[in-house]
Design a protein around this ligand. Structure first.
Ligand SMILES: *Cc1c(COP(=O)(O)O)cnc(C)c1O
Length: 496
């Protein structure tokens, strides 16, 4: 049983799971997708008694069949350990009538830790399995959270280097401080003058540059990716959808088999796509609420079937969702076309050349698993305030988007299914927006001093991992133009 992965743009480009993890992006520019969905027989009563790590093993062993049980368990238990402040790893909390799946208890207090704490282990194991002798250079574009979480994961991992690019003016002060204070001989983080889409597009071009690839190999290097285009990030994210459902069953909140909704604050479409795979393997899910901020390209897509990136880009209070090219949507498109690489490729070519593509009416009909909506800046702030006043729970701005859009959806469609908001960040990552929303006193000017104000007002303790970052030395301060990314990499690696 060797489940294999294929590129969304070329059906003869097939690889094993470990090769897909090593490569990140397929050489033809496509993303790796499972050729078929593995069979699962999920017994949620049983699953509800298992710790996160064991659920993770059950799911990942079928998606990564070329890893041995021992290898996979080693990866899982190294990743999901005391780094997580909550022993449940991904606890579900009841807030008002709804549930929140808290994915922010890892070392960088955002949901990227769920996958990026395991990716380095998966990748180094995959390198061993495939007798890779070159040093792996992880190249990452970040809208704020991936960069830190990836560096935390790869810091001083033998045989790897990591280079992160972030939009200099597009991340929160806390996010930036977390990144520029990153330790580790093998880590580099660089600000660029453009936005996240510029960083991501350039990273993809660098990956696809064959001359550079040859040059890298000559110098003993090969690229890989820690972005959510890597299947090694997507699969670990399926786990918490299964785990969340099992917890609800275990806590007696739902009957086994009862359908629920998930509302997911979405940017690059990685998190919600993992949910889609969870539904394919048997989690009883009725509807996905795809929640966007004012960068609402996905809302329009789900309503019209046209994906049009030609629109203004907004810097919002939920910066990790400030994205106009949602890379992982390509995987959904591929599945909607009935796994047609030819058709997927032609749509992606449309996007690259004209800035838009349109799916067929039949494909659009198959999109009914998803409802797209968006929240404005003032709706986000109002949601943080309302939830705090009604339920004494402090939402971060991303999670507030999920709740605000879910409330719009419920009003419109009178859908009574129990709903889980996927909660992607701790409020301490975005203290200014949060304090402004829940407090009437003027917030202090320094974001780091806001921690105290937030703690006092909310009663939620400052997470240990950010408590002292303002005093840590800045180790990275390079800023470049976005068209200088490749040159900068070549210099950094001393390529000859
Ligand atoms: C990355 C991120 C998102 C968006 O997730 P995607 O998988 O890119 O859709 C939402 N919220 C937070 C806090 C994030 O870091």
């Amino acid at each position: 049983m060797s489940l294999i992965y294929q590129s969304t743009r070329n059906s003869s480009n097939k690889v094993t799971a470990s090769q897909a993890i090593l490569q990140g992006l397929a050489t033809d520019g496509g993303l790796y997708v499972p050729v078929s969905i593995p069979d699962f027989d999920l017994d949620f009563k049983k699953l509800s008694k298992l710790p996160y790590q064991e659920v993770a093993f059950l799911i990942m062993s079928k998606f990564f069949p070329d890893f041995t049980d021992t290898e996979l368990k080693e990866c899982i238990y190294s990743a999901y350990d005391e780094k997580f402040e909550d022993p449940k790893i991904a606890p579900v909390k009841k807030v008002g009538e709804d549930y929140l799946l808290e994915l922010f208890h890892g070392s960088t207090i955002a949901f990227k830790d769920m996958a990026l704490s395991i990716l380095p282990y998966l990748m180094t194991t995959a390198a061993k399995k495939n007798n890779v002798e070159q040093e792996i250079v992880i190249l990452t574009a970040t809208s704020g959270d991936t960069g830190k979480a990836a560096m935390a994961g790869f810091s001083d991992v033998p045989g790897t280097k990591i280079i992160v690019f972030y939009p200099k003016n597009g991340v929160s002060p806390i996010q930036e401080q977390q990144m520029v204070t990153q330790k580790g001989e093998n880590t580099t983080v660089i600000g660029i003058t453009g936005n996240f889409d510029d960083a991501q597009t350039n990273v993809k071009d660098i990956f696809n540059n064959l001359d550079l690839k040859v040059k890298m190999a000559k110098n003993g290097y090969q690229f890989s990716s820690a972005n959510s285009i890597n299947i090694g990030r997507l699969v670990p994210q399926i786990v918490y959808y299964v785990y969340a459902y099992a917890q609800l069953v275990g806590q007696g909140e739902i009957e086994c088999g009862e359908k629920i909704n998930f509302s997911v604050p979405t940017g690059n479409f990685g998190n919600i796509l993992a949910g889609y795979y969870a539904k394919q393997i048997g989690v009883p899910i009725n509807q996905f609420i795809c929640a966007s901020n004012e960068n609402n390209v996905l809302t329009d897509f789900f309503q019209t079937g046209v994906y049009d990136r030609k629109r203004p880009f907004f810097v919002t209070s939920s910066p990790s969702m400030d994205i106009l090219i949602s890379s992982n949507l390509e995987r959904l498109i591929f599945h909607l076309t009935g796994n047609s690489a030819t058709y997927t490729k032609s749509l992606m070519t449309d996007l690259a050349t004209t800035g838009e593509y349109q799916i067929t009416p039949e494909m659009q009909e198959n999109l009914s698993d998803f409802y797209g909506g968006f929240a404005t800046e003032s709706e986000i702030e109002a949601q943080i305030k309302t939830t705090f006043e009604a339920d004494e729970y402090v939402l971060d701005p991303h999670t507030a988007v999920a709740l605000a859009v879910n409330n719009q959806y419920k009003k419109k469609h009178n859908d009574l299914h129990p709903t889980v908001m996927v909660s992607t960040a701790s409020p301490y990552k975005f203290p200014r927006v949060v304090v402004e929303a829940i407090s009437t006193v003027n917030p202090v000017t320094d974001d780091f001093q806001l921690f105290g104000q937030l703690e006092e007002k909310s009663g939620v303790q400052i997470p240990q991992v950010v408590a002292t970052i303002s005093q840590e030395p800045v180790l990275h301060d390079t800023v470049i133009e976005s068209d200088q990314m490749q040159k900068t990499i070549e210099k950094l690696l001393n390529l000859v």
